[in-house]
Design a protein around this ligand. Structure first.
Ligand code: NAD
Ligand code: UGA
Length: 466
């Protein structure tokens, strides 16, 4: 039974893109709560503890300021998972839940083995009553497994060891994480234990308006997270399908976006055409949704959502084909400059970035590519493009200067909407490239008027050749 009136100590398992920033904001907004973020990855924890705030493992605007206010005051990072589980009244589980790579459901289902492992750790090490909160995005019904594992430990000697299980999915987007956490559209808490729900709610009430806190049953909360990501991703595939139609017909993608988005029922946000969605979650969560739909005997639902992914893959393929066509059907002995490798601006994250697939297509076509990104480390790109590609082709490299990357290049592809690319001096770039030279703007961040004053050929998503 719960025998405390408020939460004074929190442990978050998983010091990643969600666990780190989310706990930093909780610590900042709740000075009376001690927050321990724990992880099995020593290197990651060391980076969170680095005195040089530019070396934090996650780049997010505003994050370093929050960390500097609370780290080692009421926010601590460590690898002592068991110890801080046992010292906490509430444990968030915020570990990764990637697409399963093996066995039944491989390529679709979410791999919740890390979450299960953490639940077993909580079952073993908790003391007294512990509120266990699913922060990770997981398949609907996961809380049933979490409860089943926790219940096994209640037969242990410690009769006071009891648990409540809540679902509290995270809706932050990378690049705007601090803003999203400080001013969320909503906080969702699912559960069947009102006391536990209220204790978690009280934490958020320190800075979130009560009308923004939605409470539901466990399954609605778990499924709403998947549904939210599916709806968001669906908008991107929808607008991207229209980007192709605009390019063919002369309809203007920006005028279309304005006309469609002005309908309040549709809304103006999340209607930017681009190289397809990347990031660690949209694809994973929709694949998981299709797997679950099949599992629950709903193949039509699975097929419906699969199409969102198909359009996304096609968008990346058609960008590659466009580059190939414009460069006379061959990329052999040609240099292509990639401007931006992160899956969106203002993050150093490259997981499922459209750049990965597009670069692989280009390498398969025998192009030499030079990649520039203001925040992504070469070691990340190395992992994303796989060692074998480097060995097989030895034809990609990273440049820390986009002008050097553009030198003698036949084509520049803008894949991430970083601000610095919006300020490029195209007259200077024109002098550096091999002619005839092309610029492919897949993010629609270049003013066509400016580039038309140069000799550069220009293709833009949703417009084609301007
Ligand atoms: P991440 O990979 O950045 O971080 C996960 C961390 O968990 C890693 O540091 C890993 O070492 C740690 N971990 C794994 N197993 C562990 C264990 N047994 N014990 C201790 N630590 C362990 O992942 P993330 O991007 O923070 O995502 C976490 C979850 O949040 C996922 O389910 C994801 O779908 C969801 N989510 C992510 C975002 C986002 O923008 N990245 C937004 C909302 C929700
Ligand atoms: C997304 C959701 O926006 C978050 O609410 C959710 O919490 C998170 O997934 C998650 O569960 O992980 P994130 O992937 O970090 O957040 O970033 P988004 O801003 O959603 O962008 C995702 C991808 O879609 C990016 O590649 C972005 O460039 C692309 N995108 C986004 C577009 O192509 N067009 C748009 O209009 C918006």
């Amino acid at each position: 039974m719960i025998n405390f009136k408020s939460i004074k100590s929190i442990c978050c398992i998983g010091a990643g893109y969600v666990g780190g920033p989310t706990m930093a904001v909780i610590a900042d907004k709740c000075p009376n709560i001690i927050v321990h973020v724990v992880d099995i990855n020593q290197e990651r924890i060391d980076s969170w503890n680095n005195l040089d705030l530019s070396k934090l493992p996650v780049f997010e605007p505003g994050l370093a300021d929050v960390i500097s206010r609370v780290r080692n005051k009421n926010l601590f990072f460590s690898t002592k998972v068991a110890e801080f589980i046992s010292k906490s009244e509430l444990v968030f589980i915020s570990v990764n839940t990637p697409t399963k790579k093996y066995g039944i459901g491989a390529g679709k289902a979410s791999d919740i083995s890390s979450l299960e492992e953490c639940t077993r750790q909580v079952a073993k090490n908790a003391s007294g009553h512990t509120i266990v909160v699913e922060k990770s995005t997981i398949p609907v019904k996961t809380a049933a497994a979490v409860k089943a594992i926790l219940e096994t430990s209640q037969n242990d000697n410690d009769l006071n060891k009891t648990f409540s299980v809540l679902s509290n999915p995270e809706f932050l987007a990378e690049g705007t994480a601090i803003k999203d956490l400080e001013n969320p559209d909503r906080i969702l808490i699912g559960g069947d234990d009102d006391d536990a729900i209220n204790l978690l709610k009280d934490i958020y009430l320190n800075w979130v308006d009560k009308n923004k806190i939605i409470t539901t049953n466990l399954w609605s909360s778990e499924l709403s997270k998947l549904a939210s990501n599916a709806f968001l991703a669906q908008r991107i595939s929808s607008i991207n399908s229209f980007s192709a139609l605009c390019e063919e017909t002369g309809a203007n993608i920006d005028e279309l976006k304005r006309a469609v988005g002005s309908d309040k029922r549709i809304g103006e946000y999340f209607l930017n055409a681009g190289p397809g969605f990347g990031g660690s979650c949209f694809q994973k969560d929709i694949l998981n949704l299709t797997y679950l739909s099949e599992h629950f005997g709903l193949p039509e639902v699975a097929e419906y959502w699969e199409q969102v992914i198909n359009i996304n893959n096609w968008q990346q393929y058609r960008i590659y084909k466009t580059v190939l066509n414009k460069l006379f059907g061959t990329l052999s002995n040609k240099k292509i400059s990639i401007f931006g490798f992160a899956f969106k601006a203002d993050t150093n994250d490259t997981r499922e970035s459209p750049a990965i697939k597009i670069c692989k297509y280009l390498l398969d076509e025998s192009a030499s590519i030079v990649i520039h990104d203001p925040r992504v480390n070469e070691s990340n790109i190395d992992i994303d493009l796989n060692e074998y590609i480097k060995l097989k082709y030895s034809k990609w490299e990273v440049s820390s200067d986009y002008e050097l990357a553009a030198k003698d290049s036949d084509g520049i592809i803008i894949l991430t909407e970083w601000d610095i690319y919006k300020k490029i001096d195209w007259f200077k770039i024109e002098g550096l490239m091999r002619k005839p030279a092309w610029v492919f703007d897949t993010r629609k961040i270049i003013d066509p008027y400016v580039i038309k004053q140069t000799s550069l050929n220009f293709w833009q998503i949703g417009y084609g050749i301007n």
